[in-house]
Write a protein that binds this ligand. Structure first.
Ligand SMILES: [Fe+2]
Ligand SMILES: [Fe+2]
Length: 468
């Protein structure tokens, strides 16, 4: 879908960062123990949020921060699961980072986890990523980041570390059958900060137990800085919600566009490999998790035109990807903890259905046509729907069309489909259009029924609520 110019007022918003004060530096002399329990941690003073002036970067950022103060971003929860949680955050210069966490706010018996996995812990000049594993399902954890700049890394023998920066303490609850919370879905944010802030404010005030970011977070990503801004450091006042609302990402068609985007894993942690069997090693964005009585399933509809379309320059390989996901879906829906969920909710970016009399219907994404693209995906429907019907999926939550709608079940399809709104604020192609508003779509189980509520965060009203 097309995007509009970024809102200049939001672009000027002076983003918040953490810069270490002297007292915090003294208190932050923590040692890291990768994956092992530590003794009770000493009280640690947290860094104070400040409005930082833009820092000058050294000529070669990989040679260290060279006296420029390090700015550390608010952490963002990613690839939420019942026994693991990804945590990523931005840095303004060369740094290493760890996460300290515990199941109590005093950090008794806290565990410190380094970035990366076995072997060398990655350092970076723009994003640090840590994955917590071995967590207990449906359990609340408290955590904080500790980020240490390399002030000089001209070579390994003379490298020097600066003072550690200890982040604010945040908390999250893991997913699982015992987490009887709400999901919330946003989509088609496209880096449009004014409408993004409306959704971020809602999420900060309402704190759902799981956020599905259902695609088209980006437009065309030509460099890592753009991805860091969108996923880790959005310039809006309510961005801090991302530190406490566990998020699972579902790719949209735009999230496959741009000369840098194939390296998105450097900013957005993909699903933990151990969540899937080796047959599906490359399906790094699919997930099936329990959230109380709901099974939450993530599928990737990929790009919006056939692989043979000349626009892809031979780079598209989505058709076999959709087929592989059908096999994964069959296995995922048969897992005992997923099969036993009373409600099965599937998230994907491009809708799986348009009624034959709907204007979207001819645009099914199948034919190679320079003027056309998928308004819904006939290919995904044909591959996935037999599996979904067999398993009894009741709800599909999609995006892509930038206009809220609800399709009731119909012949051959027992599931409802809701399609979320995009970033447009009551306008479409320069004309007033009441059907264009950003949404947050919530779902929760109450009295044995799945209650779905579509919030219009532009006019602060409920667009629709229904139960299944
Ligand atoms: Fe979009
Ligand atoms: Fe889209």
């Amino acid at each position: 879908m097309p995007s509009v110019p970024e809102d200049s007022a939001m672009k000027r918003f002076n983003r918040r960062g953490f810069i270490l004060g002297g007292a915090a530096a003294a208190a932050a002399g923590c040692t890291t123990v990768g994956g092992k329990a530590e003794k009770a941690a000493a009280p640690v003073q947290t860094a104070t949020p400040v409005v930082a002036a833009p820092a000058k970067k050294p000529l070669d950022p990989y040679k260290g921060t060279q006296g420029v103060p390090l700015k550390v971003g608010t952490p963002c929860l990613q690839s939420a699961a019942s026994t693991s949680m990804g945590i990523s955050w931005s840095v303004s210069g060369l740094a290493k980072g760890v996460v300290e966490y515990a199941d109590n706010p005093q950090f008794r018996n806290s565990v410190t986890v380094k970035s990366g996995g076995f072997g060398l812990a990655p350092i970076d000049i723009s994003a640090i990523q840590v994955r917590l594993t071995g967590l207990k399902p449906a359990t609340k954890y408290w955590y904080r980041t500790v980020t240490t700049p390399f002030t000089d890394y001209s070579n390994i023998y003379n490298a020097k570390l600066g003072e550690p920066i200890v982040g604010k303490t945040y908390s999250f609850t893991t997913l699982g059958e015992g987490n009887h919370g709400r999901f919330a879905m946003i989509c088609d944010t496209h880096g449009q900060w004014k409408s993004y802030e409306m959704r971020a404010k809602f999420l900060k005030e309402n704190k759902p137990e799981l956020l599905l970011w259902n695609g088209d977070a980006t437009n065309t990503t030509q460099d890592k800085a753009t991805a860091v801004e969108i996923f880790l450091d959005p310039p809006v006042p309510s961005a801090e919600f991302a530190a406490e609302v566990p998020m699972s990402f579902v790719s949209g068609n735009h999230d496959y566009r741009g000369s840098w985007i194939s390296k998105i894993n450097e900013v957005l942690l993909p699903r933990l490999p151990s969540e899937r069997s080796s047959d599906f090693w490359d399906l790094k964005w699919n997930f099936a998790e329990r959230l109380g009585d709901m099974a939450i399933i993530g599928m990737d509809t990929g790009e919006d035109k056939p692989d043979a379309h000349p626009k892809w320059f031979g780079l598209a390989n989505f058709e076999p990807y959709r087929k592989a996901q059908a096999k994964w879906l069959e296995q995922a829906l048969a897992r005992p903890e997923i099969a036993s969920a009373k409600f099965k909710v599937l998230f994907c970016h491009i809708p799986l259905y348009a009624a034959p009399d709907h204007p979207d219907y001819p645009h099914d994404g199948v034919k190679v046509d320079p003027q056309d693209y998928a308004y819904w995906s006939r290919e995904c429907f044909e591959l996935w729907n037999p599996v979904m019907e067999k398993a009894g999926v009741q709800l599909v939550v999609a995006g892509h069309k930038h206009r809220y709608r609800h399709d009731l079940p119909s012949s051959g399809r027992r599931w409802h489909q809701v399609v979320g709104g995009g970033h447009e604020l009551g306008m479409s192609h320069g004309k007033p259009d009441d059907g264009r508003f950003p949404t947050v779509i919530e779902g929760t189980v109450k009295n044995g029924r799945l209650v779905v509520t579509a919030h219009d965060v532009f006019k602060n009203r409920i667009a629709e609520t229904f139960t299944i």
